[in-house]
Design a protein around this ligand. Structure first.
Ligand code: ADP
Ligand code: MG
Ligand code: MG
Length: 986
C-alpha cells in the first residue's frame, strides 16, 4: 500500500459521512477542505475539469486533501500561526454576548444582525445580515443563533419552545415579504437551511436546499416555471434531506440517477426530461421509505425542524469534532442555522449559479475572477459535473477558452455583480469570496467572506490595497502570515501533476527539489559537474558532506531533527531538505535505498517537497516563484516599523551576498569551521589537531592562517558597513578526524610520524559524548594556539580590507562558555593578539569587539558574571535547547514527532522557542547581562531567529537583533515588524 493511498483512506475515514455521498458531493467536501489548508490553491482555480477528466481530478483532489488532513493529524500545525488566522476571522471572545434574541431576521424591511455579530450569527449569517443592510439583494431569511446550538445539544436534540415560536414568526415575515406561503400548494415558499459557525469549517457541516417541497407543493412550484424544473428541485431536496437528516446513504440515490441517465442515453442531469425526473422522484421516495421505514416527511414544518436539528447536531458529529480539535476551535462556540428563502439558478437558460473572488486568489491580481454554470443549483459548480464557465475574459483557463462568459451571456446580471463585488470589497476592506445565483436574469447574493489566497496573492493584495488606500500599510503588514513567505522564496511543486508520495519526513528546509538519487557527497559532486541534478540521500550528513550538499538540488536524510546538520546547512544554502525520514532503509554498499517494498537505485528520479516533508517517486514539474514588486515594497514597509534588527547566519561570501539581497543587516553567525572542509584544507586541519606538540601544531596553523584570512576578507568585503560576528572554532574535534586508512596515512606523512602514532593519538581523542565534550571554548583553553590563529586571521583580514576603504565591524564570538573564567582567559588572549596585529597595521582603526555565545544553561544563569568580559551576547538557542531540554538535536527524530502527535508538546522546541522553559533561560541571560552592562548588545543566532513566533518572543525581551539563514531574513523582518506593531497596539 502506498502512502498516498493510505493517507487518502485516512482522509476518508475522517469524513465517514461525506465518504458515503456521491462523487460530486464528495468532491465538493474534499475541495473545500483543501481550500481550508493554508497553502492550497483557492476555490476558483479548480477549473481544470472537462467531463472526461473529472474522475482523475477527483482522485487528485482527494490525494491533495488527504495531505492536508494527514498533516493536521500528525500535529504539524503551526499552532500560533493558526491562532492568528482565527483571530483575523474575528474570534474576539469565547462567549457570545447574550442579547436575549435568538432568532435574527434579515430581509428588506428589517435586519436584526450585522457583520460584527459573527459570534452569535456565525460568519455566514452575520454577512448575510450585513449585505442586506448594504442594500445588496439577498433572499430574505433568518438566523438561529449559535447559542441555540448549545441548548439544542444539551437538551438532547430538542429545540426550546420559545425558539420554535420565534422561528414561526420569522418565517411568517419571510412569507409576507416574498408573497409566498410555506407549504402552500399554489404558491409555496421554499427555503434553504444552512449551517454557519463563527469560523468557516469547510465541508464539516451541512446545507439542505429546496426545503418545503412535497407531492403537493411541487405542483405549485411547477406553475412558476415548468414541471421539469420543479421535479429537478424536488429530487435534489429528497436526496439532500435523505442524506443530511435521515442518514440515507447517498450512493443509493446516485445509482438511481445514473440508471435514469443511462436509460435516456444522456450524460448530464439537466438532460433528463420531466418524465424521467418524475420516475426518479418516485424511486427516491421509495428509497427513503425503505431505508428509514417511514414515508418521506410531507409536512414542511416537520421538514424544517428536522433540517434545523440536523444542522445543530452536525456540530457534534465526529468529523466536526475532529476538525475543531485540530484547529483549536472551542466546542462551546456552536453553529448557527440560516433559514433563507430559495432563489433558483435551475429554472432555465436565464438562470445560473456561481462563485467568484474579488481578486485573483492565486496571483493576487486585481481582476474579478470566478466561474458559474447556467441552469444549475447550489453545489453544481464545485461538484465538477459540468465544466464551469468563466465569468469573464480574465477568468479563462486553457480548457475554458471556448466557453461563453457570464459577461457575454448575461451582461446585465454581470454588471450588477461587478457593482456589488466592488461594494463588498470596499466595505470589508479585503478580498472576498462570494457565492451568487441568478434567477431569471435577477442577481441574488448568497454568501460573502474573506477569501483564501496563496502566499504570493496575499502579498500582492495587501500591498495593492494599501496603495489603493483601502487599508493602511501597518494593516498590510499584519495581514501576511510570516511563515507563508517561505512559499515565495523557494520553488514549489506544480501540484496539478500529482506524484505518488512514498514517504514522509520532517519539512526541514522549504522548497521543491527534483533530481537523480545519489548516496554520497562525492557522487553528488561528480554527477552535478556532469550537468545532472541530484538529490543527496544520506542516513545523516556531516560537515564532510558540505561540498556534495552544495552540488545537490535537495537533501534527504533518514535520521535527525529540524536542527540536525542536514537541516541547518540546507536552510542556510536555501536548498530543499527532508530530514528524519524514518522509512528510508539505505544500503550504501549497494547504492540503493528501500522505502517499504519500493527499491530506489542510484540515478533514479526523486522529488522532495521540503515544505511538507513529502518524498515522491519520479520528477514533478516545479514552479519557480517570481519575487514581484509587491514583495519588495512590503519588505520596505516592514523596515519602517520594526525595532529588532535582522542579521544572517552565513559562512561564505556567496551566502552573505544572498542575505544582503534579502535585507540582512549584518552577519550574526559566521561559523569558521565550515571553511575547514574544503579540499586542500582538511589535511592542514588534521595536522593541527593531531600534531604531537605545540611546534608542529603552530606549523599546521601557519598553513591555515592565510586561508582563513582570505575567507574573512571575502565576507568583510560583501558586508561592507555592516557588523560581522565570527564564531571561533566550535565543533567537537572528532568531526574533523581522518577515518579511512588512506586519510590516516596522509596525515602521518604530513606530520612525519608513523601511522601507528596517528592511530594512537586518534584513540586518545575519542569521546563518548562529543557534544558535551572537548569542543567550543574548551578547545581554545587547551589549544590556545588555535584561537590565537583565528583571532589573528580575523583582525588581519579586517585591517587589510579597511585599508582598501571597506567599513569593517568585526565581532569575535567565543562559543560554549559555561564559566566566566573561560571567557576571561580567552578574552585576554584575544585582546593580546588584536593588539599585536594592530601594531603591525599601525594607524588602523579596526578594533574587533569580543563577546560570547550564551548556549550553556550555566552561562545563562551566571550571565551577570560573564557579562563582565563580554561586549555582546549571542544566544545560541539551538544548543541552549539541546542542553536545557536534554534533547539531542541529531536524535530527536525517533520520539519527538510522537510527542507532538500525542500533545505532550505543542511544537518542536527546535523550531519554535520553548517560551516557558528555554525562553526563561534567555530572559534570565538578558536580565543578568544587562544588570552588569546596560549597553550589552544582545542577539540570537539559533535557528529560532527565523521562526516568526520566536522572533516575536525575542522582540518582547528587548533583544537587539536576531540572526537566521539567508532565506529566512525576509520572514524575520516581517515578523519583527508585526511584533512592533502588536506591541504598539497594546
Ligand atoms: P457551504 O457553507 O457548504 O458553502 P452554503 O450554505 O453556502 O454551504 O450552501 C451551499 C450552496 O447552496 C450555496 O453556495 C448556494 O449556491 C446554495 N444555496 C444556499 N442557500 C440558497 C438559497 N437560499 N437559494 C439558492 N441557493 C442556495
Ligand atoms: Mg457557501
Ligand atoms: Mg552551539
Amino acid at each position: 500500500m502506498t502512502a498516498r493511498k493510505s493517507s487518502a483512506a485516512n482522509a476518508k475515514k475522517k469524513s465517514t459521512r461525506k465518504a458515503g455521498r456521491s462523487v460530486g458531493k464528495r468532491k465538493k467536501s474534499v475541495a473545500k477542505k483543501r481550500s481550508a489548508t493554508r497553502k492550497s490553491a483557492p476555490k476558483a482555480s479548480r477549473k481544470k475539469a472537462s467531463p472526461k477528466t473529472v474522475r482523475k481530478r477527483a482522485t487528485a483532489k482527494r490525494a491533495r486533501s488527504a495531505k492536508g488532513v494527514a498533516k493536521g493529524v500528525s500535529g504539524a500545525k503551526p499552532a500560533r500561526g493558526k491562532k492568528s488566522e482565527k483571530g483575523e476571522m474575528g474570534a474576539k471572545s469565547t462567549k457570545p454576548s447574550t442579547t436575549g434574541r435568538r432568532v435574527f431576521f434579515f430581509g428588506a424591511r428589517r435586519v436584526d444582525g450585522h457583520a460584527e455579530m459573527r459570534e452569535i450569527l456565525g460568519g455566514k449569517g452575520a454577512n448575510l445580515a450585513e449585505m442586506t443592510t448594504l442594500g445588496i439583494p439577498v433572499p430574505p431569511g433568518f438566523t438561529i443563533s449559535t447559542e441555540v446550538c448549545g441548548e439544542f445539544n444539551a437538551r438532547s436534540g430538542r429545540l426550546p419552545v420559545a425558539v420554535k415560536a420565534d422561528v414561526r414568526t420569522a418565517l411568517a415575515n419571510v412569507e409576507r415579504l416574498m408573497d409566498l406561503r410555506f407549504g402552500d400548494p399554489e404558491c409555496p415558499l421554499l427555503v434553504s437551511v444552512r449551517s454557519g459557525s463563527r469560523v468557516s469549517m469547510p465541508g464539516m457541516m451541512d446545507t439542505v436546499l429546496n426545503l418545503g417541497l412535497n407531492d403537493e407543493t411541487v405542483v405549485g412550484l411547477a406553475a412558476r416555471a415548468d414541471e421539469r424544473f420543479a421535479l429537478d428541485s424536488y429530487r435534489r431536496f429528497i436526496q439532500m434531506y435523505g442524506d443530511v437528516v435521515l442518514g440515507v446513504p447517498h450512493d443509493r440515490f446516485e445509482h438511481r440517477l445514473d440508471a435514469a441517465k443511462a436509460a435516456r442515453g444522456v450524460a448530464h442531469d439537466m438532460d433528463l426530461t420531466a418524465i424521467d425526473l418524475r420516475r426518479v422522484v418516485a424511486e427516491y421516495l421509495e428509497i427513503v421509505e425503505e431505508h428509514s421505514r417511514n414515508p418521506f416527511p410531507q409536512d414542511p414544518l416537520e421538514q424544517l425542524w428536522g433540517a434545523i436539528g440536523a444542522v445543530f447536531s452536525s456540530w457534534e458529529n465526529q468529523r466536526a469534532v475532529a476538525y475543531r480539535r485540530l484547529n483549536d476551535i472551542p466546542d462551546e462556540w456552536g453553529t448557527a442555522v440560516n433559514v433563507q428563502s430559495m432563489v433558483f439558478g435551475n429554472m432555465g437558460a436565464d438562470c445560473a449559479t456561481g462563485v467568484a473572488f474579488t481578486r485573483n486568489p492565486s496571483t493576487g491580481e486585481r481582476n474579478f475572477y470566478g466561474e458559474y454554470l447556467t441552469n444549475a443549483q447550489g453545489e453544481d459548480v464545485v461538484a465538477g459535473i459540468r465544466t464551469p464557465q468563466p465569468i469573464n475574459e480574465t477568468s479563462r483557463a486553457a480548457d475554458t477558452m471556448d466557453l461563453p462568459t457570464l459577461e457575454s451571456e448575461m451582461p446585465r446580471a454581470y454588471k450588477e455583480l461587478t457593482r456589488i463585488y466592488k461594494r463588498l470589497e470596499k466595505h470589508y476592506r479585503d478580498m472576498q469570496d462570494i457565492e451568487f445565483t441568478i434567477q431569471q436574469g435577477k442577481l441574488w447574493m448568497l454568501q460573502t467572506r474573506v477569501g483564501k489566497r496563496t502566499a504570493g496573492a496575499a502579498v500582492r493584495i495587501a500591498v495593492d490595497m494599501a496603495s489603493e488606500r483601502l487599508i493602511t500599510r501597518a494593516e498590510a503588514i499584519m495581514r501576511i502570515d510570516a511563515n507563508s513567505l517561505d512559499q515565495l522564496l523557494h520553488p514549489t511543486i506544480d501540484r496539478s501533476q500529482l506524484l505518488e508520495v512514498i514517504a514522509r519526513g520532517l519539512p526541514a528546509s522549504p522548497g521543491a527539489a527534483v533530481g537523480e538519487v545519489v548516496f554520497s557527497a562525492e557522487q553528488a559532486e561528480t554527477r552535478a559537474k556532469g550537468g545532472a541534478k541530484v538529490i543527496l540521500v544520506r542516513m545523516e550528513t556531516s560537515p564532510e558532506d558540505i561540498v556534495g550538499m552544495h552540488a545537490a538540488e535537495g537533501i534527504l536524510t533518514a535520521r535527525g531533527g529540524m536542527t540536525s546538520h542536514a537541516a541547518v546547512v540546507a536552510r542556510g544554502m536555501g536548498k530543499s531538505c527532508v530530514a528524519g525520514c524514518a522509512a528510508l532503509a539505505i544500503n550504501y554498499e549497494k547504492a540503493e535505498m528501500r522505502i517499504g517494498d519500493i527499491a530506489i537505485a542510484e540515478g533514479d528520479e526523486l522529488t522532495l517537497d521540503g515544505s511538507t516533508g513529502e518524498v515522491m517517486l519520479g520528477s514533478a514539474p516545479t514552479v519557480v516563484p517570481e519575487l514581484g514588486g509587491a514583495f519588495t515594497e512590503l519588505m520596505k514597509w516592514t523596515d519602517r516599523y520594526r525595532t529588532l534588527r535582522v542579521r544572517t547566519n552565513a559562512d561564505t561570501p556567496q551566502d552573505a551576498e544572498v542575505a544582503r539581497r534579502f535585507g540582512a543587516e549584518g552577519i550574526g553567525l559566521c561559523r569558521t569551521e565550515h571553511m575547514f572542509f574544503e579540499p586542500g584544507r582538511i589535511l592542514a586541519v588534521r595536522e593541527m589537531i593531531l600534531a604531537p606538540d605545540v611546534h608542529a601544531r603552530e606549523m599546521a596553523l601557519a598553513k591555515l592562517l592565510p586561508m582563513q584570512r582570505g575567507d574573512f576578507e571575502g565576507i568583510f568585503r560583501v558586508m561592507d558597513g555592516l557588523p560581522v560576528t565570527i564564531r571561533l572554532l566550535d565543533p567537537p574535534l572528532h568531526e574533523f578526524l581522518p577515518q579511512t586508512d588512506e586519510d590516516i596515512r596522509s596525515v602521518a606523512d604530513a606530520l612525519d610520524t608513523s601511522v601507528g602514532d596517528v592511530r594512537h593519538k586518534l584513540k586518545s581523542l575519542h569521546e563518548f559524548n562529543p557534544m558535551l565534550g572537548h569542543r567550543g571554548c574548551r578547545l581554545g583553553i587547551t589549544y590556545p594556539e588555535i584561537y590565537a590563529m583565528q583571532v589573528r586571521a580575523i583582525t588581519e583580514a579586517a585591517c587589510r580590507v579597511a585599508a582598501d576603504g571597506v567599513k569593517v565591524k568585526p565581532e569575535i564570538m567565543i562559543p560554549l562558555v559555561a564559566h566566566e573564567r573561560e571567557l576571561a582567559r580567552l578574552r585576554e588572549l584575544s585582546v593580546k593578539v588584536i593588539a599585536d596585529v594592530r601594531r603591525e597595521y599601525s594607524g588602523t582603526r579596526v578594533r574587533p569587539t569580543i563577546g560570547t555565545m550564551i548556549e550553556v544553561p550555566r552561562a545563562a544563569m551566571t550571565a551577570d558574571d560573564i557579562a563582565r568580559h563580554a561586549d555582546f551576547f549571542s544566544f545560541g538557542t539551538n544548543d541552549l535547547t539541546q542542553m536545557g531540554y536534554a534533547l539531542s538535536r541529531d536524535d530527536v527524530g525517533n520520539f519527538l514527532p510522537h510527542y507532538v502527535d500525542e500533545g505532550l508538546i505543542d511544537t518542536d522546541p527546535f523550531v519554535s522557542i520553548d517560551e516557558s522553559g528555554i525562553g526563561q533561560l534567555v530572559e534570565l541571560g538578558v536580565q543578568l547581562g544587562r544588570k552588569t552592562r546596560p549597553n550589552l548588545k544582545l542577539g540570537v543566532c539559533g535557528e529560532h531567529g527565523g521562526d516568526p513566533a520566536s522572533v516575536r518572543f525575542f522582540a518582547a525581551l528587548g533583544l537587539d537583533y536576531v540572526s537566521c539563514s539567508p532565506y529566512r531574513v525576509p520572514l524575520a523582518r516581517l515578523a519583527a515588524a508585526q511584533a512592533a506593531l502588536e506591541a504598539r497596539a497594546e
